[in-house]
Design a protein around this ligand. Sequence first.
Ligand code: AMP
Ligand code: MG
Length: 281
Amino acid sequence: MSYSQSFRIGKGEKVDLNHFDPDASDGHHDKQSASAEMAELLPRLQQLQALLYAENRRSLLICLQAMDAGGKDGTIRHVIGPLNPQGTRVHSFKVPSPEEAAHDFLWRIHRQVPARGEIAIFNRSHYEDVLVTRVHRLVPKKVWSQRYRQIVDFEANLTAAGTRILKFFLHISPEEQLRRFKQRLDDPGRHWKISDADYSERELWPDYQQAYAEALAKTSTAAAPWFVIPANHKWFRNLAVTRILIETFESMQMAYPPPSVDLEEIRQRYHAASTQPISTS
Ligand code: AMP
Ligand code: MG
């Protein structure tokens, strides 16, 4: 089965994240075998990105969500990093600035959506407004509970304008999170990533899982599906996301645009130019 099918949340599906195994790796045993497959997949992904850019008709929006240390940055480095920076844009959504907070929650999001031909990657997204906002009761239930519908409508609007939307929840276990926190502590190169909130947020794990479950269930649509990616193994996470990107692009039946010039005429001009060297002296 395609990964787009096997990791996808169906429209209206009830979600209990306890039923998703964060250790799953679809029979891949180790990093080596995954690297071999990635070495074949990445050139294919690069070709498809080039086609999206050349076609200049549609765009792709990738939303990445996860618990702290869930692997959003690593996914961007390994899967998006190999792509052509021209045509790719990453945006990280942090605690809203005063200006952002003075607007509706989708205002800052809409400004960052991809233009035709582009891939935009959201490192966190509008989903924070039904996750952290809900868990910390930053707005009343009456407000956040309406946001699922508002998000579905917003995404439908983007889809109608030619944007494909893929939303990935990188699913790790609390034990794996703690292992990664330890690695951060042990590696001076990663100390900058440690935040005061890491451990207090971790204590809210069940609340977050419930908020995620509801967000996934209420906003996974045919046009903008959610995928729950087993993410305890970084190498499998990268492989799964890469395959879903490729499968999505392949389903889009992209084509190079026809030339905008008369090729026969250009060939004649080429011929004339090649017989009349430009003097540079
Ligand atoms: P990081 O991704 O580790 O740089 O952290 C960004 C922080 O910003 C996380 O703690 C997010 O939960 C927080 N954040 C992102 N969007 C929002 C939002 N809309 N409201 C409140 N906090 C947010
Ligand atoms: Mg963080």
